[in-house]
Design a protein around this ligand. Structure first.
Ligand SMILES: *[C@@H]1O[C@H](CO)[C@@H](O)[C@H](O)[C@H]1NC(C)=O
Ligand SMILES: *[C@@H]1O[C@H](CO)[C@@H](O)[C@H](O)[C@H]1NC(C)=O
Ligand SMILES: *[C@@H]1O[C@H](CO)[C@@H](O)[C@H](O)[C@H]1NC(C)=O
Ligand SMILES: *[C@@H]1O[C@H](CO)[C@@H](O)[C@H](O)[C@H]1NC(C)=O
Ligand SMILES: *[C@@H]1O[C@H](CO)[C@@H](O)[C@H](O)[C@H]1NC(C)=O
Ligand SMILES: *[C@@H]1O[C@H](CO)[C@@H](O)[C@H](O)[C@H]1NC(C)=O
Ligand SMILES: *[C@@H]1O[C@H](CO)[C@@H](O)[C@H](O)[C@H]1NC(C)=O
Ligand SMILES: *[C@@H]1O[C@H](CO)[C@@H](O)[C@H](O)[C@H]1NC(C)=O
Ligand SMILES: *[C@@H]1O[C@H](CO)[C@@H](O)[C@H](O)[C@H]1NC(C)=O
Ligand SMILES: *[C@@H]1O[C@H](CO)[C@@H](O)[C@H](O)[C@H]1NC(C)=O
Ligand SMILES: *[C@@H]1O[C@H](CO)[C@@H](O)[C@H](O)[C@H]1NC(C)=O
Ligand SMILES: *[C@@H]1O[C@H](CO)[C@@H](O)[C@H](O)[C@H]1NC(C)=O
Length: 847
């Protein structure tokens, strides 16, 4: 019996090896002709080729290696790559593709191929790159896909694949990137994922995956990005599903997102072990329990999204330790503590949303510490206090909602200093007193809601108030003003009217009634418009960007291989290119010239300086890309180029207000660098070519190549003089002393330059005549002589209004450029003065 078994198994082995022999023989007979037949078979199943690319080019009379999209491996004389991206081809994939046994790259991204993925693909044992994304493939993916043991990139996103991910996937030990976003895959994530030890990126978003997230995912310690959004995880029979504790083992993770699932356990404390984690998105689930203290220990966390869950209890004090945090979204939960005072110490935070919880307590004076904040939403809580006047130091704030609380007291007049305010919602509180007139100076204000309060007195009518409707003021105690707003006329207006137009009084009532009717109609129309504005704003905020890494490969693609036509400029450091990512996002990339030691150091400094800086008026660094022979910084793209370009170009001319706004923006940036970040930063090279303008003409300070971190004391001496002649403070040039006062000096010079259109290095400045002395001699009576002649032309008859401002501006510039650093004004005071000047200009223009 035993012998029989041995015999049989021997026979079996023999047959098996014969089979292999035959198979090997067959594959040995494959040659370039095999590839040709395979490609012709492939072509024969293409039903639509609108650009006639294959029809004209894939001709049997020319060698296949010259065919469009085909690349060959010269050594083996076989097809190495088949790349037919973006060709709008329709059809199905011929199984004969499995015969192209030397294929390494198969890329059919963005076509209209349909049908199933042929199982013969699994014969392609050399395949490293397989991309079928953005097509119309259907059905299940072949179970044997795991046999592609060399595969590194598998991208199947945006198709109609269904079924589950085969267990065999675990065999793909070399796979780095695996994405199947936007398909109809269902079932569980295979346990075998734990064997994929090279996996760096998984994108499973927008499918129908269910069940628990397998704890074995914790073994994929190479993972950097995990996107599991919009699925049905832990939808299993009402049983609580947790995020597995093992997530804490993925120590390389930068972002983790399970937004929009049904996960209903508690937040695992093991997140604290993810020291590199920058983005954590657990929104829109049923997470229960408390805001676990361990979250505070994720020391590099940049964005934390927990809204729309069922968290309750205390928002812990340790929040104050999360100094890297830029965005904190915990709205729509049931947190019911006070807001911990430590929260207000997060000076660099940009967006805070605590809305729709049950927070109690007050808004403290310390709210003024939120220097960088852009969005603050505390609405729909039980906060009971007055609005502290210190709120006015939130100069970057665009969106403030304190609606639906128990706020009392008056609206602080200082609110008028929050010059970037776009939307202000104080509705549904118990606020008393009058609406401060100062709010009329908020130029960017587009939405205001003061309804359901106890306000009284006159509604301001200047500035943005011209556009607000009755809806902003509903249900208050005794507001008065323009009848358009469905409030009574104020006493003094009524008196004026009765004196002037006594006779008409009898007619007014009927007119009033009919206008109210008309106004009501207009309001209905405008209501819709307002919604649109809000929606756009929301979109803008949501695209503010997640933490990113951009690979060298992506950079090359995005810049067409650093093509000349993408070149934006060249400088001492290297070159700047414009790039466009596959998602359409445009950016600028500064490629550092690696020839010099000094430039390398400068690159590292720029990275260091910028890593922790975030401000509306600094150019945002999206990413850096650094390896041994390539270093680059990826930055926000500033579509309007540099101030230098605007100032000296013959085609474009900046008007007075634009110049003033630019200098205010620059002042904010410097104030933030000098006083707003944890370690003062000295820019060291401020000049018009280093200030860039975005599409809204908002100025952003850039180029931190020689910036200094003032971590040891208030000033430093150093020997390199890299800064630009003309803008250098005297103490820097002669003694090499670097301090924030040096930046103030450069700022003063730039302030003179922008209104005179004369560089400090202009040929006219010889011997004792410098830009500075030229200006100071022109004061107070011959300002016209130094002013940019274009400004004079533009303003014609109104030039007198500007001249009075100009003498204040030049006075300020001279204060910035005092010889002795101690005597120079600081940036905080510069801002105050410029805002005052701007308000003056605008007031004059308004009447
Ligand atoms: C490819 O192999 C076939 C036999 O399988 C042979 O007839 C043909 O000549 C070979 N072609 C080339 C280019 O080597
Ligand atoms: C096909 O296109 C390639 C590259 O564009 C070109 O080199 C080749 O000559 C073309 N062949 C034919 C037959 O048109
Ligand atoms: C295929 O070609 C497209 C367009 O030329 C290119 O963007 C893409 O990177 C290529 N794919 C691979 C894997 O090289
Ligand atoms: C897809 O390809 C078409 C050309 O066939 C092109 O117009 C389109 O921009 C491509 N889409 C993407 C997202 O690359
Ligand atoms: C692969 O090539 C062989 C000949 O080399 C052929 O007999 C077979 O039909 C081909 N397979 C497919 C799926 O086209
Ligand atoms: C996948 O879709 C095909 C139709 O494209 C359908 O016949 C098949 O039943 C589906 N399979 C699953 C598991 O849903
Ligand atoms: C993972 O790989 C090991 C061998 O390397 C194997 O024994 C094990 O079965 C694999 N596990 C899974 C879940 O595939
Ligand atoms: C994960 O790794 C640990 C330790 O290396 C091992 O003991 C465990 O079996 C692995 N789990 C899975 C599911 O592969
Ligand atoms: C993985 O995580 C689990 C749960 O937190 C832990 O018990 C285990 O020690 C971790 N394993 C490794 C290898 O770190
Ligand atoms: C907060 O809610 C929890 C349970 O929901 C309750 O036990 C606790 O008393 C509440 N705390 C406050 C301060 O209301
Ligand atoms: C913040 O961190 C420090 C040092 O890491 C620690 O001593 C302190 O207890 C933490 N604060 C809170 C509130 O957790
Ligand atoms: C009023 O609204 C219009 C368009 O909605 C806008 O162009 C204008 O600047 C606004 N005026 C003020 C003073 O805000």
């Amino acid at each position: 019996m035993k012998k029989m078994v041995n015999l049989l198994s021997g026979l079996f082995l023999f047959l098996l090896s014969m089979h292999c022999f035959v198979a090997c023989l067959a594959s040995n007979t494959k040659n370039i002709t095999t590839d040709k037949y395979a490609l012709l078979a492939f072509k024969s199943l293409i039903t639509s080729d609108p650009y006639d690319i294959l029809a004209n080019n894939w001709s049997t009379s020319s060698p296949i290696c010259s065919w469009v999209g085909v690349t060959c491996d010269e050594r083996h004389n076989r097809v190495y790559g088949l790349n037919l991206t973006n060709m709008n081809l329709r059809g199905t994939i011929s199984p004969s593709i499995g015969n192209m046994s030397f294929l390494v790259i198969l890329d059919l991204h963005n076509n209209s191929f349909g049908g199933q993925m042929p199982k013969e693909i699994c014969w392609l044992r050399r395949l490293k790159f397989l991309r079928f994304s953005m097509n119309k493939f259907v059905g299940e993916i072949p179970a044997a896909l795991g046999e592609l043991s060399q595969l590194q990139y598998l991208r199947l996103g945006i198709n109609n694949f269904n079924g589950s991910i085969p267990q065999s996937i675990g065999n793909l030990r070399r796979l780095k990137l695996f994405t199947v976003v936007k398909n109809m895959f269902s079932g569980l994530i295979p346990q075998t994922i734990s064997n994929m030890s090279s996996l760096e990126y998984v994108g499973f978003s927008s499918n129908y995956f269910s069940g628990n997230i397998p704890p074995s995912i914790g073994n994929c310690t190479s993972l950097i990005d995990v996107f599991l959004d919009t699925n049905f995880f832990t939808d299993s029979c009402g049983i609580d599903g947790n995020i597995p504790l093992e997530v804490g083992n993925m120590s390389n993770l930068l972002s983790f997102s399970v937004n929009g699932n049904n996960i209903n356990g508690s937040i695992p404390g093991t997140f604290k072990d993810l020291h590199k984690l920058q983005g954590l998105d657990l929104r829109n689930n049923g997470l229960q329990g408390s805001f676990v203290k361990e979250l505070c220990q994720i020391d590099n966390l940049d964005e934390l999204y927990l809204e729309s869950n069922k968290l309750f209890g205390v928002l812990p004090t340790c929040l104050g330790n999360m100094t890297s945090l830029r965005k904190l979204y915990i709205g729509y939960n049931n947190l019911n503590s006070t807001i911990p005072s430590s929260l207000w110490s997060l000076r660099d935070i940009l967006q805070v949303d605590l809305s729709s919880n049950a927070f109690i307590g007050n808004i403290p004076l310390e709210i003024g510490n939120f220097k960088a904040i852009i969005l603050l939403d505390l609405s729909r809580n039980h906060i009971s206090s007055n609005i502290p006047t210190s709120i006015s130091s939130l100069r970057n704030l665009q969106n403030l909602s304190l609606a639906h609380n128990k706020l009392y007291g008056e609206i602080p007049t200082s609110l008028g200093e929050m010059i970037n305010l776009f939307s202000l919602d104080l509705s549904q509180n118990m606020i008393t007193g009058v609406i401060p007139k100062s709010l009329a100076s908020l130029l960017y204000l587009r939405n205001i809601n003061l309804s359901y309060n106890r306000l009284q007195g006159e509604i301001p009518d200047g500035g943005p108030f011209k556009n607000f409707t009755a809806e902003s003021y509903l249900h208050n105690e005794a507001l008065c003003g323009d009848p358009r707003l469905q409030v009574p006329l104020c006493d003094k207006q009524a008196k004026k009217m009765s004196m002037k137009k006594n006779l008409l009084l009898k007619c007014i009532l009927p007119i009033l009634v009919s206008t109210i009717f008309v106004v009501a109609c207009i309001i209905l129309v405008k209501l819709n418009k307002r919604k649109m504005v809000e929606n756009t704003l929301e979109r803008n905020l949501s695209t503010l960007g997640a933490p990113r890494r951009i690979s060298y490969y992506e950079l090359v693609q995005a810049t067409n291989g650093f093509n000349e036509s993408n070149l934006l400029g060249r400088g001492g450091f290297g070159s700047v290119y414009e790039g466009k990512l596959s998602n359409g996002e445009i950016f600028a990339v500064k490629v550092i010239d690696l020839n010099s030691e000094e430039k390398l150091r400068s690159f590292d400094r720029e990275c260091n300086a910028l890593r922790n800086l975030r401000h509306r008026n600094l150019v945002k660094i999206i990413s850096s890309c650094s390896n041994i022979d390539f270093k680059a910084l990826v930055m926000e793209f500033m579509s309007n180029g540099s101030v230098e370009k605007w100032l000296y170009s013959n085609n474009c001319c900046l008007n007075f207000l634009q110049r003033l706004n630019i200098m205010i923006d620059v002042a904010y940036a410097l104030e933030y660098l000098h006083h707003g970040s944890s370690i003062p930063v000295v820019h060291c090279d401020l000049k018009p070519s280093n200030v860039l303008l975005d599409e809204d003409m908002v100025a952003h300070v850039s180029d931190f190549g020689i910036a200094k971190l003032m971590d040891e004391g208030q000033s430093k001496t150093h020997t390199e003089t890299l800064a630009t002649i003309g803008y250098l403070a005297p103490e820097y040039g002669t003694k090499g002393i670097v301090s924030i006062k040096g930046d103030v000096y450069s700022y003063g010079i730039m302030l003179m330059e922008i209104f005179t259109r004369r560089k400090p290095t202009d040929d006219m400045f010889v011997e004792d005549l410098t830009l500075k002395t030229w200006i100071s001699e022109s004061l107070p009576n011959s300002i016209m002589d130094v002013l940019d002649s274009r400004l004079v032309q533009q303003n014609g008859g109104k030039i007198d209004d500007i001249l009075s401002c100009m003498s204040s501006i030049f006075g300020l510039a001279l204060n910035c450029c005092k010889d002795s650093p101690e005597e120079r004004i600081n940036m905080e005071d510069v801002i105050k003065m410029l805002i005052k000047i701007k308000t003056m200009v605008l007031d004059e223009n308004m009447v």
